[in-house]
Design a protein around this ligand. Sequence first.
Ligand SMILES: [Zn+2]
Ligand SMILES: [Zn+2]
Length: 189
Amino acid sequence: MVERPSKLSKNEFFDLLAALFSSLSSCFRLMTGTVFSKNKRIVAAGYNGPPAGIPNCEEVGHRMIDGHCITIHGEKNAEMNALTDLNGGTSHTIGTPCIDCVNTLLQAGITRIRYIGSYNNSKGKEYIEELCCLKGVPIIQVGTDGSYTLGLLRRVIDRLRGEGGIFHGLPDECFDFRQNEENLPKQLC
Ligand SMILES: [Zn+2]
Ligand SMILES: [Zn+2]
């Protein structure tokens, strides 16, 4: 029997959600996703990619300018999807945000920036802390690699293995993700 872990805090949950959104990306230089939260609610989400209807990086390769793929960044897509103004909100993003996105977040009134893991090729990353500091906006790096997010995911899975959870009753082998798919009981997994 798996011990039921506590549920994620709202910040942890939105961080994990940003990671889930990043799985929709097709830019394999950096698969990123962004969630904006405000008053502990999700007000926007997005991931990086070309404009809708245009072949993506997976299909035609990266379109590069000055060492950067020209995809629309996750923060920008999230801003365009926003249900409300972002004033006073928090940005949760996968990877180090670029200077263009940080500029836009600050201008949109975001008052807290959390980024998960890091991205070394992020444009202007050496300026982002200074800019946030001048505006009085905390910018927090949560974990330097994927282990933080993986830990959150494990907690969610283990919690849902408890009574009442969607994974409750599934046998242990379904949760051994290192196994080959062929080894898993097909009717259950
Ligand atoms: Zn790309
Ligand atoms: Zn950016």
